[in-house]
Design a protein around this ligand. Structure first.
Ligand SMILES: N[C@@H](CCC(=O)N[C@@H](CS)C(=O)NCC(=O)O)C(=O)O
Length: 244
């Protein structure tokens, strides 16, 4: 079998990998024990590079935008944009070790929407930290794109004080507070009890991202929340996916 190719976003961090959306297919590929190589692309080069390889653009709020992750599968010729479409493709093409237990896709899709909606309240903070781990060229581009998206200059995204405090409150109480309810609703380690699924990958990928982009004291704050359960859950998901 030829290795698949995952297009991910370059950063200054050791090992480069940091971004939540490309982390999801990385978790899936490793969980399924599929061989793959990663091509890291500078944020500002995503559109030209994806046009060059013939990848389809994505949609964001009605506009067309080239995004990562993209997966290329030389075994079938498939070239897929979007983390969700990639997960579905991988489960359908390589059914061993499924990440979507039978009949779960619709619910997991809703789960992802719920996670993303809760994240919105502290997105400016997380994206500020994300911008800070990019190389200069990538950082400039990233900030321009997100300033247009938020309608706010980068300095206004998450200034220390009331706004930052409210973002932390949303992160700790709404985001991880809701997750606590979901994960406590059923006995067992995962969202679906004893069955590991793409829902856990969605959630783990966000914690992975926060761990990578937050400053040490900020990650410690998240890691100690609810008796350390989110740090532990991330470590367990990484282990389940053969990433550590
Ligand atoms: N729904 C998409 C979202 C992908 C996405 O927004 N990717 C970001 C990086 S995390 C991106 O490539 N952005 C490029 C840009 O905004 O120009 C997915 O899950 O793959």
């Amino acid at each position: 079998m030829l290795p698949l190719v995952l297009y991910d976003i370059l950063s200054k961090l050791p090992g480069n990998s940091w971004s939540a959306n490309p982390a999801k297919p990385r978790f899936v590929l490793s969980y399924k024990k599929l061989p793959f190589d990663t091509v890291f692309v500078e944020y500002c080069d995503i559109a030209p590079k994806m046009k060059e390889i013939g990848a389809s653009p994505n949609k964001r709020d009605g506009s067309v935008v080239y995004t990562l992750p993209v997966l290329s599968d030389p075994n079938t010729g498939a070239l897929i944009t979007d983390s969700w479409a990639i997960a579905v493709y991988l489960d359908e093409t390589y059914p061993e070790n499924p990440v979507f237990p039978e009949g779960s896709r619709g619910l997991i899709r809703s789960f992802e929407s719920a996670v993303d909606a809760l994240l919105r309240a502290f997105l400016e903070f997380s994206l500020l930290r994300s911008s800070q781990i990019l190389n200069e060229r990538g950082q400039k581009f990233f900030i321009n794109v997100r300033e247009a998206f938020f309608g706010e200059k980068v300095d206004e995204w998450s200034p220390e004080g009331q706004k930052r405090d409210a973002q932390w409150e949303a992160l700790e109480q709404k985001y991880y507070g809701s997750a606590k309810i979901w994960y406590e609703e059923i006995e067992g380690k995962w969202v679906m009890g004893d069955t590991f699924s793409y829902a856990d990958i969605i959630f783990a990928a966000k914690s992975f991202w926060l761990k990578k982009v937050c400053w040490d004291d900020e990650w410690k704050r998240i890691a100690s929340l609810h008796d350390g359960r989110w740090k532990k859950l991330l470590a367990e998901a990484e282990k389940e996916c053969n990433l550590v």
